[in-house]
Design a protein around this ligand. Structure first.
Ligand SMILES: CC(C)(COP(=O)(O)OP(=O)(O)OC[C@H]1O[C@@H](n2cnc3c(N)ncnc32)[C@H](O)[C@@H]1OP(=O)(O)O)[C@@H](O)C(=O)NCCC(=O)NCCS
Length: 143
């Protein structure tokens, strides 16, 4: 393995954001441009989000956290020139290990329907697609 995986820190914001922004299939919300949103997520979920680095370059990243009951994975991405080298799989394994360590036994990932590559990936890793639930969302206005 010629890359290292370690927890993301707030210093990784710029590199991680650039990676996500350039990765088709990763959906970024407008507030995520602000580093404090990233920092808040990391501080609420210490040690659960990971970056993969090769020769100092951030080549993969994933955000993950849990609410005490279920785990959630967001923004998994590997740089386009580094794919199919097991980096995504290793990042997810790091998240799963940490979830298990913290007593979380079910983890969810949202995948946009048109992202077939990601669907193949998650299925290959043993994650299963839900056909029994639909995701409902509600936008709350800042008050
Ligand atoms: C999805 C993604 C993170 C996978 O990262 P990766 O490092 O290339 O994945 P891995 O090398 O660990 O792949 C593990 C296995 O998943 C499957 N897989 C990965 N990419 C695949 C593809 N494009 N087509 C079919 N199967 C794929 C393969 O079975 C692969 O094992 P193999 O290479 O030995 O056959 C990467 O393609 C990516 O960043 N895509 C753009 C962003 C994105 O869509 N993120 C997902 C959001 S839910």
């Amino acid at each position: 393995m010629d890359f290292d995986v370690s927890p993301l820190t707030q210093e990784d914001f710029g590199d991680a954001y650039a990676l996500w922004e350039s990765s088709e299939g990763v959906v970024l919300q407008s507030d995520e441009r602000h580093p404090h949103v990233f920092v808040r997520f990391l501080s609420r979920n210490p040690g659960m989000s990971f970056g993969a680095r090769r020769a100092g370059r951030l080549i993969g990243a994933v955000l993950a956290g849990h609410d005490g009951r279920r785990g959630y994975v967001y923004h998994l991405a590997v740089a386009a020139d580094c794919r199919r080298q097991g980096i995504g799989k290793t990042l997810v394994a790091s998240v799963e290990r940490e979830m298990t360590r913290q007593g979380i036994w079910k983890v969810h990932a949202n995948v946009v329907y048109r992202n077939l590559r990601a669907q193949y990936f998650w299925k290959k890793l043993g994650w299963f697609e839900r056909d029994d639930i639909a995701l409902f969302s509600h936008l709350l206005l800042p008050g």
